[in-house]
Design a binder for this molecule. Sequence first.
Ligand SMILES: *Cc1c(COP(=O)(O)O)cnc(C)c1O
Length: 344
Amino acid sequence: MTEISRLVRANIRNLKPYSCARYEFKGEASVFLDANENPLNVAPYNRYPDPLQEELKAKIAGIKNVRPSQIMLGVGSDEPIDLVIRIFCEPRIDNIVAMEPTYNMYGVCADINDVEYRRILLNDDYSLDAGRILEAVDEKTKIIFLCSPNNPTGNLAERGEVLKILNGFGGIVVMDEAYIDFSSQPSWLKALDEYPGLIVLQTFSKAWGLASVRCGMAFASEQIVGYLNNVKYPYNINLLTQQFVSEQLDHEERKEKWVKTLLEQREILAAKLAAIPLIEKIYPSDANFLLVKTPDANDIYSKLTDRGIVVRNRSNVSLCLGCLRITVGTAEENDILTNTLKQL
Ligand SMILES: *Cc1c(COP(=O)(O)O)cnc(C)c1O
C-alpha cells in the first residue's frame, strides 16, 4: 500500500465506485441507447455530460502547466474541501489541524463530517508559525488546511514555514490558493510532484469573475485525484458550466487585465482608507480585498449597510477584533465607500 492509500479511510480505499454510462462506453458511436436520455430535446443538452470534463481539464492543464490527470473539478472549491475530509478522515477518530483565522468552510465541513478541527492561531501579525501547527499534530491528524493568500487576513503564508509543514507532516496538506491570481508570489502547484500529500485548491470564483458558475479546481497527485473522482457525484460539473468555463479560458488576457485593474484599485483604495481617521490600520494584502481595523466594527458595519454599502464584518473572528473585510470594487464603488466612511 502506498503512503497515500494508508491515509485513506478503509471504506473509500475499498470502494467500488459507481460506474455511469459515460464511463462504461468510451469511443465513437452514432446510436446512444445506453443512458435512458431523451433523444428528442436539443443536443447536446439532452445527453449526460463528460463526467471527467476531459476537454476542460486539457485547457486548464495547459494554462496551469500541470498534467490533466492532476486535476479534479468541483462545484466550487467548496466541493473538494468536503471531499478531502470525507476521503481521509474517520469521523470521531481522526482530526484536522488548520491555521486560524482562515476560511471557515474547512471548519464547517469538519463539523458536518463529525471530524475534530483544531484551530491553531496565527501570530499577531497573521504570519504562519509552522512549529505551532506541527505541535498540534498527532497520530490521528490526517489533514492540515493552509490558505495563502489567506482569507480574511489577506497575507501570504511564508514559503519557509509552508516547507516546514510539508516536510514535517506525513499526511495531507491542503493549500487553498483561491486568491493566487492576485498574489506577487508563485503558486504551490510546482511542488505537486515533490509532495505526494499536497493538494492545491484554486477557483474560478475570484480573479476569473465566475463566482456564480460554481467551478473550482483541486490539483494533486494522480492517486489523490483518483480518490476524488471516485467519491464525487459522477456528473458534478454540468455541460453548461464545462462549455462556459472553457470559453472563458480562451480569454486569459482578459483575466490578467482585470487583475491588474483590481490591484491598481486596491492601492488607490488603501491610500484613501489610510486618510480616514476611523480606519486605524490597513493590513497588507496579496488578495482582492483589504482587512482594516476600526474602533467599532459593528457600528461602522451597520451604518454602512444603512447606506446601502455591504462589507464583511470580521470582528468576531479570532485575532480580528474590530476588523472589516473590504472587497476591492470598481473605482466608483470604492469611492462611494470611502466618501461614506469619511462622513460617518
Ligand atoms: C472564495 C474562497 C474560495 C472559493 O470558493 P468557491 O467554492 O470556489 O467559490 C475558496 N477558498 C477561499 C479561502 C475563499 O476565500
